[in-house]
Design a protein around this ligand. Structure first.
Ligand SMILES: NC(=O)c1ccc[n+]([C@@H]2O[C@H](COP(=O)([O-])OP(=O)(O)OC[C@H]3O[C@@H](n4cnc5c(N)ncnc54)[C@H](OP(=O)(O)O)[C@@H]3O)[C@@H](O)[C@H]2O)c1
Length: 330
């Protein structure tokens, strides 16, 4: 079978090699999946460069979310061969591969009406945004949610889930085109922050009150500016540092405005609360079936185009999710 491997650390085009590998066999409690589609994440690029918190030994196959069909199951497994699933493989045997093995607990059945491409893009971003908004952010109907990088992977999921929760959603994005994408995703107001500062707009739109919940996957200056337009008793959610800088939060400011800064590490949350993840998947599938949420697919790339597709994702010109598809899906 063909698998992509990171053989040296660097930009995706120098780090990745397409390699022939032995097709694995499932052991007890495991399933073998024929991968049909795999979604790209910003952190795949960081892993290629060795800049992510998780640093596996070389060589390793990256790729954190796939969709496909179970073909063989190990002993003690309940899921049946032929089941369409999405799955979250773990490093060093990640998902940019024609076949993968995962534990049964890492595979989630998907409905017929969900394509493999949509399913591959349906897990990390939606689960992260779901837990961030509902559990950590305690977002309530009628509250104002500000989503940064609203056209990106986690941002686009946060806009849709914010609307599904009954919030009024403001999004920021780095171009007019991306701001329009945010509106199409359901944002009530979208700001191109390159041409207009978001602080006065958020204050004006909320009659000076500020945003109740702020979803921040960017960090640095974006986080600092967010502090200045968060509402009294607001929740500022630290999702990531796509901008490359980690802000230092002055705690006296949090005290005088009575707001909370809440860190979100979805991977650890999932490890500690696996049952909550299953419940969230069921809730998210129900929202998908109702038409309330749907992954925004930017591009479908053939399996051999992984380095180019990751470079494109890192260029900041894309929006939504990029997926790789195997020959069988084409
Ligand atoms: N906490 C968690 O558990 C968790 C889970 C998933 C992802 N994340 C993190 O969330 C962040 C976003 O992930 P994603 O998958 O949504 O990424 P993505 O689809 O690539 O979107 C990132 C967006 O960030 C904005 N951005 C601002 N400064 C940037 C810069 N210097 N370089 C690149 N993009 C920049 C860009 O939007 P504009 O052009 O509109 O500014 C870009 O579209 C990453 O840091 C990721 O590691 C965290």
């Amino acid at each position: 079978m063909k698998s992509w491997q990171v053989v040296t650390l660097g930009e995706p085009d120098e780090a990745l090699r397409l390699t022939d590998m032995q097709k694995p066999e499932p052991g007890e409690g495991e399933v073998l999946i024929r991968v049909k589609a795999a979604a790209l994440n910003f952190f795949d690029i960081l892993q290629c460069k060795g800049e992510y918190q998780e640093k596996p030994e070389l060589p390793f196959t990256p790729g954190a979310e796939i969709a496909g069909e179970i073909t063989v199951v190990g002993s003690g497994v309940t899921l049946q061969p032929g089941t369409r699933v999405l799955a979250t493989p773990s490093l060093p045997a990640g998902g940019f591969s024609e076949w993968i093995i995962v534990k049964e607990s890492e595979a989630f059945p998907i409905p017929e009406e969900m394509s493999y491409e949509e399913a591959a893009a349906f897990f990390i971003t939606y689960q992260t945004a779901y837990f961030a908004l509902n559990r950590s952010g305690r977002l309530k109907k009628g509250e104002v949610l500000l989503v940064h990088a609203g056209s990106g992977g986690v941002g686009s999921a946060a806009i849709q889930l914010g609307k599904a929760a009954g919030a009024k959603v403001i999004a920021t994005a780095g171009s007019d085109e991306k701001a329009e994408v945010c509106r199409q995703l359901g944002a009530d107001l979208a700001i191109n922050y390159r041409t207009e500062g978001f602080i006065p707009v958020v204050k004006e739109w909320t009659n000076g009150k500020g945003a109740d919940v702020i979803f921040d996957p960017v960090g640095g200056e974006t986080f600092d500016q967010s502090r200045r337009c968060v509402a009294f008793e607001g929740r500022l959610l630290v999702i990531g540092f796509a901008g490359g800088e980690i802000a230092q939060a002055p705690t006296n400011h949090a005290l005088v405005k009575n707001y909370s800064i809440v860190g979100i590490h979805y991977g650890l949350f999932r490890k500690l609360y696996p049952k909550e993840t299953v419940k969230a998947h069921e809730k998210l599938v129900a929202l998908f079936k109702e038409g309330a949420i749907r992954p925004l697919l930017y591009s479908r790339n053939t399996f051999d185009r992984l380095p180019e597709a990751l470079q494109e994702l890192g260029s900041r010109k894309t929006y939504g999710k990029l997926v790789l598809i195997t020959e069988e899906t084409m």
